[in-house]
Design a protein around this ligand. Structure first.
Ligand code: ATP
Ligand code: MG
Length: 393
């Protein structure tokens, strides 16, 4: 997969030189050994006898004895040995050069070229090191990227919060300024000003509380206070508590579930907050609709809960952004619905804390928020990709 280390001209001549020097040294050593051996054999009759008998054994007494003269054997052995030493020296030097190339590439990465990877094909051990280093660089780059995203989202959060706090604060200061300067004509007008300032201050409080809630549930270490309960009963209770508000808007609740009771394990207080927001949204944004459907079903080891309303359709391109903090569909911004756009972000964090996931589907007939929760907290569910209902049409 990697490319071979390409040696520079200088390195190639270094290798040639190394080979040549080694060869000369070896030949000198061979010659010295040859002279020494010759001397020893000439002056030692016992050694001559031994050589003679070894030769006889090796050639089975045939007349090829001259082939096995000690000189031939010596030269043969030396050629083999020399070649081995030469190969060992050259391969060692070549590996050193490979290492030098790898180190140069590492320096290049360390100098800030984090998108660069070592792509050299080298001997197995060094290859393992290179692979680990590449993996290390990958994970470092990933965590840096993650860090950058977190930093960026923090900046966005601060910008959004300051913007959302400044708007009501400006009107509070404006109205209080009018009162301070006695620029009101009657007690009624004074009361109107204080009332507006009061409403704006309350709006700010909701924002700050939502933010606090959001940052709290965003922390994955937030403990869940789990218990076993009947999800269908929970939905019925929620419907009952919103019934009056629904009646005012001409909406009725339809609760269904299977099996009933549907026993599961989760943090009821936190899930209650999720459903409160989903139902409040259905009431707030479901203008023109007449029904709010709450449905829970057990599917394998999951519980799928749907909160649907037959109000206006959410535009397709907004569906995935709904869960971004501070995101509000354009129409909701202009309306006086007074939300901060944190409700669904909080809902998503709570569902994630439970190991589940949430998404929205919207068609002209029905808008649904679908929660997938594990029957028991401790398992994490992954969403299988699917086409949103209004895309399928
Ligand atoms: P908050 O809940 O923080 O008070 P919010 O209701 O505006 O403010 P979310 O609950 O996060 O914020 O909802 C985000 C946006 O999603 C809403 O502003 C609205 O535009 C859209 N939305 C949510 N639920 C529905 C729904 N049932 N039908 C149509 N639009 C919806
Ligand atoms: Mg909301």
């Amino acid at each position: 997969m990697g490319e071979k280390v390409r040696l520079s001209g200088k390195e190639k001549s270094e290798l040639w030189f190394e080979g040549l020097v080694t060869l000369v040294l070896l030949l000198m050593l061979n010659f010295a050994l040859f002279v020494l051996l010759k001397q020893m054999i000439a002056t030692n009759p016992t050694l001559q006898d031994t050589i003679w008998s070894v030769k006889n054994v090796l050639t089975f007494g045939q007349n090829k004895a001259h082939l096995w003269s000690w000189r031939n054997v010596f030269v043969g052995a030396m050629i083999v040995l020399d070649l081995m030493v030469l190969y060992w020296r050259l391969i060692r030097r070549y590996r050193q050069m490979q290492m030098r190339h790898v180190i140069a590439e590492l320096h290049y990465i360390a100098d800030g070229h984090l998108d660069h990877r070592v792509r050299l094909a080298v001997n197995t051990d060094l290859q393992k090191v290179i692979n680990s280093i590449n993996a290390l660089v990958d994970s470092t780059v990933n965590s840096m990227e993650e860090e950058r995203k977190i930093e960026q989202s923090k900046d966005e959060l601060i910008t959004n919060v300051s913007h959302d706090i400044r708007t009501p604060l400006t009107s509070i200061i404006g109205y209080l300024g009018l009162i301070e300067d006695r620029q009101y004509r009657s007690t009624d007008e004074l009361l109107k000003y204080t009332h507006t300032a009061y409403l704006k201050a309350k709006q700010m409080k909701v924002l700050v509380e939502d933010l606090f809630e959001y940052t709290k549930v965003r922390q994955t270490t937030t403990p869940l206070n789990t218990s076993t309960f009947n999800m269908v009963a929970m939905l019925e209770q929620l419907a009952a508590s919103f019934e009056l508000e629904g009646e005012k808007k001409g909406m009725v609740f339809v609760v269904s579930g299977s099996p009933d009771p549907l026993m599961m394990n989760a943090d009821t207080e936190k899930l209650g907050r999720v459903f409160n927001n989903l139902i409040a949204n259905a009431l707030k944004y479901g203008k023109g609709g007449q029904h709010i459907y709450l449905n829970a079903e057990k599917v394998g080891s999951e519980v799928v809960v749907k909160v649907s309303n037959d109000g206006p359709q959410i535009p397709n391109d907004a569906l995935n952004q709904l869960f971004d903090r501070f995101y509000r569909v354009e129409e909701s911004r202009s309306q006086e619905t007074g939300g901060t756009g944190l409700g669904l972000a909080i809902a998503q964090s709570i569902v994630t804390l439970h190991g589940g996931y949430i998404y929205a589907e919207s068609s002209p007939a029905l808008t649904s928020f679908v929660l997938h929760l594990p029957l028991k907290v401790g398992t994490t569910l992954t969403r299988t990709p699917q086409v949103p209902s209004n895309q399928a049409e």
